[in-house]
Every structure is written in structure tokens, then in C-alpha cells.
Write a protein that binds this ligand. Sequence first.
Ligand code: DLL
Length: 431
Amino acid sequence: MKYWQPKYETMRRSDIEELQLKRLKNVVKNVYEHVPFYRQAFGSIKPDNITSITDVTKLPTTQKTDLRDNYPFGLFATPMQDVVRVHASSGTSGKSTVVGYTARDIETWSDLMARNFTMVGLGSDDIFQNAVNYGLFTGGLGIHFGIERIGATAVPSGTGNTKHQLEMMMDFGVTALHCTPSYALYLAETAQELDIVDRLSLKTGCFGAEPWSDTTRRELEETLDINAYDSYGLSEMFGPGVAFECQEKDGLHIWDDHFLVENLDQDGESVAPGERGELVLTSLTKEAMPLIRYRTGDITMVRDDECPCGRTHTILEKVVGRSDDMLIVRGINVFPSQIESVLMAIPEVGDQFQVVIDRKRHKLDEMHIKVELTDRAFTGELKDLEDLRCNVEDKLKAVLNLRTLVELVERGTIPRTAGKARRIVDLREEY
Ligand code: DLL
């Protein structure tokens, strides 16, 4: 039985743009009429002023603080009777941000997830384990509904108890896995330790919710013998499902029929294709909480080349990090994902690291990086590994343009997490 058929993925660009304009007009009218925050923010601009998709730039941008200021439901465009679910993201400071969904939003979101999963070859024959937190985090139920939409068998394992997760994978013949890439590395490491990799039937991994490099992809693909795909999304735009890699694994397709994409520099000006900027999205189909020109904080590049897969939607480069995760150390910009890709390419070091930045000595920023060794490297005393340590420092210097202090530690020293990894400890405010 066929459960779900992809559509709209190979639309002509002109048809996509026509659809985008129709939907943009609807969404602008909807928020203008139903969300006092937007009516006020639009100032003198009226919905009728939107006559082309580039007119979106006439509208003001919105950001996370607008959600916090209107906590919890102030940006909802539908009455609560029509809201069938809420999710929330915790955030590191202040109130969490709450998002809402109508029944139709849940349908749209599930269809988006199904589009992504079928794109990477998944279907009703798959047994699909979702090893993320089922709760307010959108990665639980969002992915789950997509799994059911394609008729695959969902294994809603949630997080925790890594050995039990692997046992389920073996016993149930799990063929597809969704979790964060950092947790996938931990699962892979544990599977190797238990010597059970050969007993897994995994073929496909969908990983997201945090940045990860192509080197991590190779590591996961080799260790688990799978194809690994990047999944990008954010609660404010449904959750997971906003953009996903196809089988070419060269950039993510962001679904233009649901999201109007802009990539802006710090001054709010559009950057050219192929240049790094902040991704700004307008939701075109959300009912309960549409967002206009939402500044995601995510740094990426938008490409205008054609994908050999034939899909016509915009291609995004992997998100390298959030503008607020970017570290400025001695005036140099550093993304944790740059550190990750250097480390993952050195065979003797493992996949876990932690960066501590402080200002203790000389009042200058210092970046200490704790790096775990693989068993392969750890055959003697740690002090015998001085050459390796210097080599890691040199490789980091070449990419970051910054001297770091590397400390090699035994495997298992750095705490693992089933959710988003906490790689950075910034102690500078304390001095
Ligand atoms: O992380 C939604 C999600 C769940 C995406 C499961 C993929 C898989 P939030 O908790 O609201 O939602 O966090 C959204 O996480 O703005 C990015 O900074 C980051 N992020 C999400 N996916 C990726 C990715 C979910 N593939 C925030 N690469 C976003 C890099 C990502 N960063």
C-alpha cells in the first residue's frame, strides 16, 4: 500500500514564485487582522501593499525576543479553540518560547516530514527509531508524525539508556534512526564497544537540531554503515522538516512552498548567493502562529545552483552555527563547528570535545580545548602524547587562525548528552 506521494518538489521556479506570492498575501493579511503585535509593527504598511514577493522587504523583521515579549500566546493568529498543540524551546535565558499548531498545521508539518523522509528513500518498509526527547521539543512528535505519515513503523524510544536503545535497534530490526548527531556518535561508539555493529540493520540516519560537519557524517556513515542526512528546522517554523538533504548530500533543500527565504547581513541587507548571512524566514502556510521575516539567528549560505536530483527548491549550505553561538576570541570569529571538523579529521582523537574560554592569565582570552583520544591513540601515558597534542594545536591554528591550548583526555571523560551537545563553556563574564 502506498501511503504518501511526494508532490510540488519539482515545480517550475515561476510556479513556485506564483504560489509564494499568493500565500504571502494571505499570511500578511491574516497576521494584520489577527495579531495586534504585527498590525502595530507594520506601521503604515497595509496588506494591499504586498504585490510581489520582493515586497516582503517592506515589512519589519521579527526575532526571538518578540516571542518572549508576547509570551505565551500573544503571537497566535487563531483562537485557542483552534490550537490543538503547543511546543516550546527552553532557551538559555529568560522565558521559553512557545509555538502553537492548528489541526491543519499538524497535517502540513507531517506532510513536510514525509516529503523529507521519502526524499532519502524511506517508506513503509522501514522501522524507524526516534531517539530524541518526546515532550515540548519539536523533534519528538514532529518526527514521529512524519514517520507514521509515510507508513513506516515508529519506534518512539525517546532519550536515555543507550544500551537499551541499541538493544531495541537489534531486536526490532531498526532500519532508520533519528537523533542529534552528537548522540548518534555516542550510540555508534557504544555499539562498537559492545561489538554489536554487525548485528544492526540500520541503513539511514537523519540527524539534526545542532550543527555537524561532513567529517562527522563520514565517521557516522563508516561506523554504522549507513547513509546520514542533515535535517534542519526550528520550533518557530513548525520544528524539524524545514530543510533536509537529498541523496546527493550536497546542501539542504529548503521548501519554498512553505517558507520564503532571505539571507541577510548584519545591517539587514540581502547577501549575494554563495555568501554567508543570517537566514530569515517567513512562514507561508502556518495557521496558528505565522511569523513574518523571522530572524533565525542561523548562519548559512543560500545557493542558486540546480541540484542534480531535479528538485527545484532553494539549496542551503549546512548551517555552521548560530550568530549567538559564534565565539569572538581575541577578535577572531570562531564557530564550534569549525573546531569539530578539524578534530574529526584526526584519526587519533575521538569525537567528543569541550571548549573552555576564560581570561584568567594576563586578562587575555584563552581557549582551552579538551579533546578525547580514541583507544587507538591511548596505548601509554598521556604525557607521551606530546607530539600528537602539538599536532592538534597546529591543525586548529591553521583553520581558526588562533592559538589554542589543547588537553588530551581519556575516552569517556567528557559528559555525553542525548540532546543538543553543550560544547562551549564561556567563563569570561566571570572576570
Ligand atoms: O532543533 C528542531 C529540530 C529537531 C531540527 C530535530 C532538526 C531535528 P529548536 O529546539 O527550536 O528546534 O532549535 C532550533 O537548532 O535555529 C538551529 O540553531 C539549530 N539547528 C536545528 N537543526 C540544525 C541543523 C529544533 N541541522 C535551532 N544544523 C535552529 C545546524 C541546527 N543547526
